[in-house]
Design a binder for this molecule. Sequence first.
Ligand SMILES: [Zn+2]
Ligand SMILES: [Zn+2]
Length: 179
Amino acid sequence: MKINVATELKSAGRAVGRHLEEDYAPVELGGHKLVFTVPIGVDITYVYDGEGFNAQGVLSSELLMNCTKCNSEFRQPFSVEFSERFIKTSEDEAEELECYAFSGEVLELDKMVLDLIVLNAPVYGLCKPDCKGLCPQCGCDLNITQCACVPIADEDEEEEIPPSPFAQLAKLLNNEEEV
Ligand SMILES: [Zn+2]
Ligand SMILES: [Zn+2]
């Protein structure tokens, strides 16, 4: 992902806004593979101050993820705000200054894009907030089927279970402490 900044280099102080989109290959991250289902979009505003570019904006995309409970695939949109500086120097020096380097008349955004993704992209998630997961015994997807091996535990039933004598004792002890 690149921006030609030939014009901006001649007109310091002028803020420019751009929307960029590009398809990215999957990114390896700690044993995970981040797979993008849509292009990565970057809304960026940048201004040249005579020495470098201050750039800010929002990166957004969508990831193909596997639910941590039921393992089904789902799409997870995400976005991240950024505020970065690009200076005309070597990669090493830019890193020391916690900036990004640029050379010639082109702002190369790939390094920033990948850093933002590696630091911010969600890696774990649920296909839906109330995903029931898989049956620990037969492995069926409890969102789709209710197998025979799992008794249907509903909250009302749980309340009817008599509290254990130890729980009662604990209650008494707690009360005594409070008095
Ligand atoms: Zn799920
Ligand atoms: Zn089962």
